[in-house]
Ligand binder design. Sequence first.
Ligand SMILES: *Cc1c(COP(=O)(O)O)cnc(C)c1O
Length: 377
Amino acid sequence: MIPFNKAFMTGKELHYISEAHFNAKLAGDGPFTEHCHSWLEKNSHSARVLLTNSCTAALEMAALLLEIEPGDEVIMPSYTFVSTANAFVLRGAVPVFVDIRPDTLNIDEKLIEEAITSRTKAIVPMHYAGVACEMDMIMAIAGRHGLLVVEDAAQGVMAKYKGKALGSIGDLGAYSFHETKNVISGEGGALLVNRANFIRHAEIIREKGTDRSRFFRGEVDKYTWQSAGSSFLPGELIAAFLWAQLQEADSITQRRLLAWDTYHQYLEPLEAQGLLRRPIIPAECQHNAHMYYILLPEHQDRQAVIDGLKAQQINTVFHYVPLHSSPAGQKLARVYGNMAITDSLSARLIRLPLWVGLSQAQQERLTEVLTNLLKAF
Ligand SMILES: *Cc1c(COP(=O)(O)O)cnc(C)c1O
């Protein structure tokens, strides 16, 4: 059986967790959180990185930091995870969906400017599969219209755009360390604060609306309620687990890239025969092999392909039901323009198993089964 995903353990997780246990420092912002913060800051060149309970929590912090208010509009793709939209909907904002690019399945930057109204407050690009959105153009549009940019870089840890870490380019960025991502802590995430003037407020929001972080650094002699906030920080056991993973982040990425490249090579003949389309990585994007997906031709029955693979013990899955066609999306959001590419590609996409430890032999077998299936239709 080839599972779709398999969580990778470095072997050091329990060692660090037992160290945290021994230290008896279990609340957030202890030594392991500090290690993770410094590592992430060094790695991303973000001004300040703060661990959170999830990427969802980091996005909710972002919406609070941007002071999103009822009636504000936030431009984003419909082809994304629910948290991208929920974080802003929780503040009363209206997500405005624009269509995606056919090559990367990322938000089509050429459509963003037309979707801007007097109520638009922010743009939230999501880097699908760890392949960057066209950030230069998105930042230029935001600059022209005085909008803020929050990168949903949940899938983008260790990936780059023109040499810059995903999540570090917009005003704010959000990472996920969920079990299904590349670098994991079960549940977990981080907020990347890329503008120095947001740092103090971000720390306050994360610590229940208090200036406890400054108190711990000895900058104030007591801590008090400063603004609206919540408990967005993970405990030390999660940080200890994550620390083991971050130390191996480079090798995890390299090993995933190797498996990704193998698929890409094995599936080339199928693409040449018009049986599927492989992912496209623009030259300015250095991806992190978060995902390997294929796009089937329009007439192809996707469920039959997934079932056919399943019958041969190979687990594959499709991905997002576009938010604009979901029950909540229809009620809480609005669409700008048509969603032709989102509708078409989301219905034709299959994600293949990709995890550290997936063998070349397994990838060969998958390719063989897939080839037979696609040729039979
Ligand atoms: C995984 C994911 C999230 C949510 O991450 P959590 O850490 O589970 O909250 C948000 N956005 C995108 C695009 C994701 O892939």
